[in-house]
Design a binder for this molecule. Structure first.
Ligand SMILES: Nc1ncnc2c1ncn2[C@@H]1O[C@H](COP(=O)(O)OP(=O)(O)OP(=O)(O)O)[C@@H](O)[C@H]1O
Length: 619
């Protein structure tokens, strides 16, 4: 069988000097936002016969991907990147170019309905949509869903509202009846709770029939998220222990004791972009569950869907409102942002019976029956200000968000300033908190404190950036404890790993702490699946100090207490999704430092990523 990406040629890198094209001819100096890679692609196009306008379109298509879009919307090119006059001529130039093709053609650029794609991204998008449609079209072997029904013990009706639809049971129902399901929900809405019960039904059904129980894989986009997923699944199994009819041993032994990164799962651990597993060599698992799916970018999701056997189940868990992946695409949000969410076809409504409390208008959308959003957070009850703030931010309700911030509550404190003087006072206070790390010699205590609190920032640099806050706290601690400022490794230094490292088993986002041992040597301690692990500083992959981290880096992590610092000036990254993701990292207490104007703007501004995925899946 052919590999999904076999017929997509890479654009070759050509190192021959190219004096024939003047850089300034293509890119006036003010085009600072175009990166070297964008420029290199345009030069490649020029050398392969593209005129200036088409070469520029190559650069812009590459620029669009770097901005997180999967393609360039021709009707929304910033005039700073291409003049209106050139934009008017662009469609004719593209139509005349040999380097630009239609869908189905093998050309470096593909033009489809005013969207211009680098061919690879067009292929990722079309193949992913095609693969999801294939998975959605097939019906798995029937599993008895009676155990999900209210009163049967597995999904208990909500005491406050016993007659309402139990969306957790409906999510399990959807996943039992389909090969592709998305279970979306905010923090603590019971995504893992649902999955553990769903796996139990699948495993028990197989055991009862005398079949081999399903082979299950748990995976997440980052090592940190994978570790959290595993912990939640273990907790979920323990919770289920309260149920006397449950054979923990029989079920538990078929639930994996590891959760892997997607890179690991697919065998993408080298420098190659081609995974070891693909359509021709699919994953051996019967059920693949991916947590924190909002962080999965388009290329990874396409590769993942490609590896799922036709008779296996792919279940994505995540929060559709969170920040999308740093790379291109916002696959989860696109799948969830359509008329299919919590909507069911006639057929499924009949099968669901009283799982759906009231009859609903039958849905016809391609994703109907496949996407279920969980509604009730167990972490944030109705009185939780963090929960209400999260809802207001999601709804883009600036007034409600502001009222909550200003009202003052036990779980939420707000300072409407984030100027340098205010942040300096904040760093004084934080240095007091983090002094505990320097005073302890116990790695478990130190790591527990680091899991309890964190400062999250919108940006890395500048007065309200994570680098500045990290440096400020380090400086204060160095003064107070008379640390050697030149020594990067001081007792109590918290660090965060910046890249996946399969040699040490340390992953991007893992947090450790440096402590002197009894022999006067520094060791950096991390909590692994099987307990504490210590490393020599020189053995660590790339890392940074981590009193503060960016909200992007915090995805997939949670802390009891979060201090959220937004800059007092506008930055493009400051969007509703960023604010929501940052504030929902807090389990119990949130402290916000944010100037009024930028935070108002963030709540009102939703990030939009140009992509054709939703339309393709629906079509
Ligand atoms: N129906 C329920 N009845 C009782 N407790 C529940 C129910 N659903 C979830 N919980 C509890 O709520 C907590 C959060 O659930 P869970 O970890 O499954 O949520 P999640 O959506 O996976 O959260 P996260 O955002 O952390 O990924 C857990 O302690 C779980 O046991």
């Amino acid at each position: 069988m052919k590999d999904l990406f076999d017929d997509i040629p890479e654009i070759e890198h050509d190192d021959t000097p190219h004096t024939d094209v003047e850089q300034s001819e293509l890119y006036p100096a003010e085009d600072a936002s175009l990166a070297d890679l964008d420029l290199a692609l345009a030069h490649w196009a020029r050398r392969h016969g593209a005129d200036r306008l088409v070469a520029r379109a190559f650069a812009l298509a590459s620029w669009a991907v770097a901005q997180g879009h999967t393609c360039l919307a021709l009707d929304a090119i910033p005039t700073g990147l291409m003049s209106a006059a050139n934009q008017a001529e662009l469609p004719t130039a593209l139509a005349a170019s040999d380097l630009v093709g239609e869908p189905g053609e093998v050309k470096p650029l593909i033009l489809e309905n005013d969207r211009l794609y680098l061919q690879r991204y067009h292929a990722y998008e079309t193949k992913l949509a095609e693969r999801l449609r294939e998975l959605m079209a097939a019906e798995p072997n029937p599993v008895n869903v009676d155990t999900l029904k209210p009163g049967n013990g597995l999904f208990v009706p909500d005491k406050a509202n016993p007659n309402a639809t139990n969306w957790q049971a409906v999510a399990a129902f959807a996943a039992l009846r389909h090969h592709f399901t998305v279970i979306s929900g905010g923090p603590g809405t019971g995504k893992t709770y649902t999955i553990v019960r769903l796996l139990r039904v699948l495993i028990e059904a197989a055991i009862e029939k005398g079949d081999t129980p399903p082979l299950i894989a748990l995976a997440a986009p980052t090592g940190k998220a994978a570790a959290r997923m595993l912990e939640s699944v273990r907790n979920g199994l323990d919770d289920m222990d309260a149920d006397t009819n449950f054979d923990h041993v029989a079920v538990g032994e078929h639930i994996p004791q590891t959760a892997r990164t997607l890179h690991r799962l697919l065998g993408l651990t080298g420098v190659t972009t081609r995974p070891r597993f693909n359509a021709g060599n699919p994953l051996p698992y019967d059920v693949v569950i991916v947590d924190e799916a909002s962080m999965v970018d388009l290329p990874m999701m396409a590769k993942l869907a490609d590896t799922i056997r036709n008779d296996a189940r792919l279940i994505l868990l995540g929060d559709r409102y969170q920040l999308a992946s740093v790379e291109s695409g916002s696959v989860l949000a696109e799948i969830c942002a359509n008329a299919g969410v919590n909507r069911f076809t006639d057929d499924q409504q009949a099968a669901a019976g009283d799982l759906l409390a009231e009859p609903r208008e039958p849905a016809t959308h391609a994703l109907a029956d496949h996407v279920v959003t969980l509604q009730t957070s167990r972490r944030f009850n109705a009185d939780s200000t963090i929960g209400r703030l999260a809802a207001a931010v999601n709804a883009g309700d600036v007034e409600a968000a502001e009222a909550l911030l200003n009202a003052g509550h036990d779980d939420l404190a707000y300072t409407p300033r984030s100027d340098a003087a205010t942040l300096s006072q904040l760093m004084d206070r934080l240095a007091d908190d983090y002094a505990g790390l320097i005073e302890t010699t116990d790695p478990t205590l130190a790591l527990t404190q680091l899991g309890r609190q964190c400062v999250l920032t919108a940006v890395r640099q500048g007065p309200a950036g994570s680098e500045t806050i990290n440096a400020g706290i380090t400086e204060r601690l160095a003064r107070r404890f008379d640390l050697n400022a030149a020594d990067a490794w001081y007792h109590g230094r918290p660090v965060m790993v910046r890249q996946n490292d399969y040699r040490t088993g340390l992953y991007n986002g893992d947090v450790g702490v440096a402590l002197y041992n009894d022999f006067g040597q520094i060791r950096v301690w991390f909590m692994g699946d099987h307990g504490l692990r210590a490393f020599l500083p020189s053995a660590l992959p790339a890392h940074d100090s981590v009193y503060a981290m960016t909200i992007h880096k915090s995805q997939g992590s949670e802390f009891d207490s979060v201090t959220l610092v937004l800059p007092d000036y506008d930055v493009p990254v400051l969007t509703r999704e960023l604010f929501y993701t940052g504030l929902t990292r807090a389990r119990r207490r949130l402290v916000v430092f944010a100037d009024k104007q930028p935070s108002r703007r963030a709540v009102g501004w939703q990030a939009v990523r140009v992509s054709g995925l939703a339309g393709r899946i629906a079509s």
